[in-house]
Design a binder for this molecule. Structure first.
Ligand SMILES: NC(=O)c1ccc[n+]([C@@H]2O[C@H](COP(=O)([O-])OP(=O)(O)OC[C@H]3O[C@@H](n4cnc5c(N)ncnc54)[C@H](O)[C@@H]3O)[C@@H](O)[C@H]2O)c1
Length: 293
């Protein structure tokens, strides 16, 4: 099988524009749908025409929802009943699918595909690769995707589209929706993005408390981010004994003893409910927890 006709809803938003730029270069038939006037203008300025989703949704065999997570429930309620039987609904983040917000219909397949972004260990050769921090332009990235009801041929067909949307792509990693939610938010937002903002705060504190120049502090920090990642993840050479003492001191003073509770599924439910601005997630209580999926 292959997806012949695609509707991209939210085509003028941040992700919509990024993936449109790649889809437009392929032979796939894509309809660009967008409802905000200024975002419609962005679509037109990029040389694409805007189509009203109501006009084409019944013919499309793949509908990509690139709308904000907090409106995915409402938008899926409006669109899913009008989709062609057997078509696939693709969202770009696991939160709404995990929380049970997507309108359900037996004849529709549901999938999620989230870009991993180019790895910090990626070997980059060109200026364009170096400039492409987000991915989808020149630097190769992987994609984590869930298509739990999809069989091998449906997954292969969806992977073809995913590889175009987020190109250049090396691997599409198939996981469950719950596993995808453990990847994002838990691993990469709750921990990794938090640590990024934490390092920035530590930089500001160093500059204001010690009087060291910003240039010196940035040079020291950026070089050590690189070496800390290389040693921790690639064991390129060990941390020194004195550094290990400082690491232990940092863990004792900065981390809470019970920080790993963020991997409890009730905590995942809590952070996702907070992100989606809802009281609680409506997930199947039997959905597999981390480690048993
Ligand atoms: N921004 C990122 O870095 C990023 C990364 C990975 C995944 N995502 C996911 O991508 C999705 C979109 O996020 P975004 O950051 O691009 O959002 P955004 O706010 O930049 O864009 C959303 C677009 O959807 C449009 N829209 C809203 N309701 C619509 C409707 N009913 N019909 C047509 N268009 C409609 C809006 O006008 C807007 O242009 C979310 O699920 C998000 O989690 C975002």
């Amino acid at each position: 099988m292959s997806y012949q006709s695609i509707a991209l809803v939210g085509a003028g938003g941040k992700m919509g524009m990024r993936i449109s730029d790649n889809l437009a270069q392929s032979s796939l038939q894509v309809h660009y749908c967008e409802n905000a006037p200024e975002a419609q203008q962005r679509v037109r300025d990029a040389g694409r025409s805007v189509t009203a989703v109501e006009e084409i949704i019944e013919q499309c065999d793949l509908v990509i929802l690139a709308v904000p997570d907090i409106v995915l429930g409402k938008v899926s309620e409006q669109l899913v009943p009008r989709m062609k039987a057997g078509a696939t609904l693709l969202t770009l983040d696991p939160a709404a699918a995990y929380a049970g917000l997507l309108h359900q219909r037996g004849e529709i397949h549901y999938a999620v595909a989230h870009p991993c972004h180019p790895s910090v260990f990626l070997e980059r050769y060109t200026e364009a690769e170096h400039a492409d921090a987000f991915g989808g332009v020149a630097a190769t990235q992987s994609v984590a995707a869930a298509f739990e009801a999809g069989d091998e041929s449906e997954k292969a067909a969806l992977a073809e589209v995913i590889r175009v949307m987020y190109a250049p792509v090396d691997e599409v990693h198939w996981v469950t929706v719950t596993q995808l939610a453990y990847l994002e938010p838990t691993l990469v937002e709750t921990v990794t993005c938090m640590v990024g903002t934490f390092m920035k705060e530590a930089l500001e504190e160093t500059v204001s408390r010690s009087g060291v120049s910003r240039e010196a502090a940035e040079a020291m920090l950026y070089g050590h981010i690189q070496i800390a990642l290389a040693v921790a993840f690639r064991s390129s050479n060990p941390f020194s004994d004195a550094c290990m003492v400082a690491i232990d001191y940092g863990r004792e003073n900065i981390l809470k003893d019970d920080w790993k509770k963020i991997f409890d599924q009730q905590e995942l439910d809590r952070v996702i409910a907070r992100m989606l601005k809802i009281d609680r997630v409506r997930r199947d209580e039997d959905s597999p927890a981390l480690g048993s999926a």
